[in-house]
Design a protein around this ligand. Sequence first.
Ligand SMILES: C[S@@+](CC[C@H](N)C(=O)[O-])C[C@H]1O[C@@H](n2cnc3c(N)ncnc32)[C@H](O)[C@@H]1O
Length: 293
Amino acid sequence: MLYLVFNRLIIRCSTKVLMVVGAGRGPLVRASLQAAEETGRMLKVYAVEKNPNAVITLHSLIKLEGWESMVTIISSDMRCWDAPEKADILVSELLGSFGDNELSPECLDGAQRFLKPDGISIPSSYTSFIQPVTASKLHNDIKAHKDIAHFETAYVVKLHRVARLAPPQEVFSFAHPNFSPKATNQRYTKLQFELPQDTGSCLVHGFAGYFDAVLYKDVHLGIEPNTCTPNMFSWFPIFFPLRKPIYVPSESPIEVHFWRCCGATKVWYEWALVAPSPSPIHNSNGRSYWVGL
Ligand SMILES: C[S@@+](CC[C@H](N)C(=O)[O-])C[C@H]1O[C@@H](n2cnc3c(N)ncnc32)[C@H](O)[C@@H]1O
């Protein structure tokens, strides 16, 4: 993938500064160096990682591969790191099954301080998608917990025995870098799904969620069923349940509202059905399910 991106990037012959933010065990460091070699570019790489265990693995990898002269490992949270120079390219893999559900927007907002004004982020943008589903087995599994909190939690799950009732629609989008002073990572979307005429009446148990990311220009990667990257098993879909299954009469539209909310210490989603009948707002104030900042 990075090879494709580098081939489309117009990079002059000077050494470019590339920062892998959230380097983990180093696969994107390896891919960046490989892409540079294949396209005849010179790179200076910073690998920024906050997990000390992953940093140990990174040190072993760099030593093993003999990359010491090209790669500097930074053991830090990218949001606090004081970079010694600015980057031409920020490379990251901070995406969850719903795109922005693992704090990629907040982390990259923190990292873009050390991106040059004309620098680029890979990925450059990502979008989440949902579609209503009949998923009685999944709903029963959640019901077995006998509490509301489990119905206000999103699950990353391989979907079996699920009826997808309407084509997925876009929920939230984020683009990087975003230097606008008014930028916010809070979002609100209202979606209407029309069921195909031959669907008849049905029960909706919740919404299946996916993402698609634009890495650079026309190079994309994702799990949205209509455009998903072939043979990629890195992400399962996400499932947002409804507390009570909703009966949808034939030809009735489904309307759902989704919020992405940001507080001082956490980020969370809230969701509510409006039509054909209203549901309570799920996960109000992030009381059951959130990601800590
Ligand atoms: C989804 S993993 C990808 C890692 C890599 N692709 C791999 O396979 O090892 C995201 C990585 O980003 C790191 N990370 C997340 N937030 C970070 C932050 N704010 N600063 C630095 N690293 C971060 C995590 O510790 C994790 O190693």
